[in-house]
Design a binder for this molecule. Sequence first.
Ligand code: SF4
Ligand code: MSK
Length: 648
Amino acid sequence: MTDETLKSIDKATTELLEKAKKDEIGTVFSRAEQIKPCPVGLEESCCKICAMGPCRLPRTKKALQKERVGVCGATIDTIVARNFARRVAAGVASHSDHAREVAETFIKTARGESQGFSIKDEIKLMEVALDFGVEIENKEVKEIALDLGGRVLEEFGRQNGELRYVRKAPLKRQEIWKKFGVIPRGIDREVVEIMHRTHMGVDQDYHHILLQTTRCALADGWGGSMISTDLQDIMFGTPVPVLGSINLGVLKDDEVNVIVHGHEPLLPELLVVASKDPEIKALTEKVNAKGVNLAGMCCSANEVLMRHGIPCAGNFLQQELALVTGAVELMTVDVQCEMQGLQSVAECFHTRLITTSDRAKIEGATHIEFHPEHGFDTAKKILKLAIENYPNRRHEVYIPEYSQDIVAGFSHETINYLLGGLFRASYRPLNDNIINGRIRGVAGVVGCNNVRTIHDSGHITMIKELVKNDVLVLTTGCAAMACGKAGLLVPEAASKYAGSGLAEVCETVGIPPVLHMGSCVDNSRILIAATAMVKEGGLGDDIGDLPVAGAAPEWMSEKALAIGQYFVASGVYTVFGTTWPTMGSDRVTEHLFEEYEDMFKGMWAFEPDPVEGAKLMVSHIEKKRKALGIDKSRERVLFDMAMRRAIE
Ligand code: SF4
Ligand code: MSK
């Protein structure tokens, strides 16, 4: 018998796991017990690219070590690199297809063809328009938006040249990318080229395959993801710190519970507005519910939390458990990270599962397609369905009493203002406190949950270790939600968990030691924050010089690999937990873990133990501090005229 309490460090999760077990409801946790990971797949030493295979080449039989080649002669290095490349390409495609959907909606909004959307952040519109070379003088907002939207769409299909956002990176970084020929052309082109090069009998040199993998990943971080973030900010508002709450305890016994799950914030934005509509309110009263309680799941949760303070029901591994409460009238899903298992759990209750994207259906679920032209009507239709479903609750409702206050909404712009003030927005105070040693460095801890680890444990253990060592943590995705549940996203967490230097800075500025920066696509905000630190001066002239590190201790999705690869290619040392997908080839692993440091000043590491992972990050940060000559704590000296003369 398995002990459900050992599967998560989150009590709401374990309570519902026990309920699911008692009610004999299958979830990702119970299925993971029945299916053991395939050892050959785990090390990616299997090729099924052509029908002469599949060729399975595990490293088990010693005698075969030297001849680990497939039927066509492909070496284990080629096979492992190809598998890795394809997984990164899938991650890039996911973020970038999200970006395309947002860009198309943005253009329809500029044309006045969308229902319920508008341009909310005109300042950011102007900034991004200038990045894209749009002429803004004497032009109407809509005209600028239309011009920008057209240029953004060109980023996907461009055949030659360079992605525009690449120019936002520090000059030295751009030179490194140029040297290795990895500056992306068009986003789609880089994905297609990976699929071509990894077809049977094409690119069969792992160094060469991995360079294209890097180019493709950069098309995500400095392309698709950055486009999503910026256009979403323009349409829905750039996030500012907002108070919210998190965990399954945000569901309400006496309200119509609607969960938005997935990644694209388009429909969720309209559901927020529609939930306040008088007609919806009247219908809610008719069924004797106290209101519509909108809550988020996964990255959709992060998006609506950051902009509206809408509560988060939970992260990736909690999606089915939310339905196990018996309190959810309806869940909408669009794209990415939605388990097919949701439908069978929904069928155990009265819950309606609604697929909303033309790219994603789930067998058995109701499909109500979202199109921006009549987006608001669709949002209302969905809410009406949820309200009608409220009287159909047929099981006793069980909502665990756990919810935690959080502060989210730390966009790059917000950090800038918070640190420097509205009239002198700047990263100077952050850089100064890194130079004087109060803050040792900055870590981006991001990514998913993985049922092969203890839910949330990797994130929280690693992050506590980092902040204890005076490392400021930036977080996104499901990692951010884990932090929220563990009480790390409130200013009081600084005195409780942070080292004395970091705590002092956080208390002075009034920020938590862990800053929630948004959803998966918002990892691009971390790139921009790192670039701002370089541009502020005093910490080298490239992201690769900064005392920073990245990690995804509980990763599971291909998008996480794409994110990791663009972090590494941008100069960030990046540690992944759970499992590592190139273990089948020592040479590929060595290339990514060691040789990449010489090439890109950033490299991968794999460490399943989160404390050890944090130690690796801290020691990398200290290595960078030493290289910068700031390895010893020292106060910043303000030079007076006499001191300046003495130097001269
Ligand atoms: Fe085997 Fe080569 Fe075909 Fe891959 S491409 S399945 S290694 S024969
Ligand atoms: S939702 S990609 S499980 S972070 Fe973005 Fe969470 Fe990972 Fe999905």
